[in-house]
Ligand binder design. Sequence first.
Ligand SMILES: [Zn+2]
Ligand SMILES: [Zn+2]
Length: 192
Amino acid sequence: MQLSTQTCPCQINPSSNVISAPLLYSDCCQPYHDGICDKEANEEANEETDKAKGTKADSAERLMRSRYSAFVLVKPEYIVQTTLPAQQKLLDIQAIESWAKETDWAGLEIVAHTPKLGKRHAQVEFKAYFNIPDGLQAHHELSAFVQMKSKANNDARWYFLDSTVEMNISQKQPCICGSGEKFKRCCGVYLG
Ligand SMILES: [Zn+2]
Ligand SMILES: [Zn+2]
């Protein structure tokens, strides 16, 4: 069976017994993935224009869902490209890939979405389910996201703030998201 006609991984929620019509991958996360992952040939291209391409997530929850599906479908490049640009080079794409492959993913539950936190942040609380020999487990996380505007065309895009990445940045420095605010008053609040 073709991937695009299967239920999108982010639509599977093992904690819910509500019968709904789950979206197909082609109607859910695929347009986001294709926008970023089909550009391997363009890797040499200018990064700024590269990021402006593809379908962009219009909310942190949408981005969160597409990132979960990218883990299930082993698209580590999507995980990297949707992380804050200043953190991208610090990510271990090989480790992301092997973790994605080795995990027996079982579904996603969005617990809460706070679409607006201050001027440019949002939070998504979720449970990512996976199976181990002992049974179903959940990875419960509260993730922060930041919306960045491209200087070129005022195009705003959401990015994941990875709090596990070690960054050498002082609290008084301008924020790594380019907002112009001090780090401690901006993304530093969520990267502790
Ligand atoms: Zn999806
Ligand atoms: Zn910031």
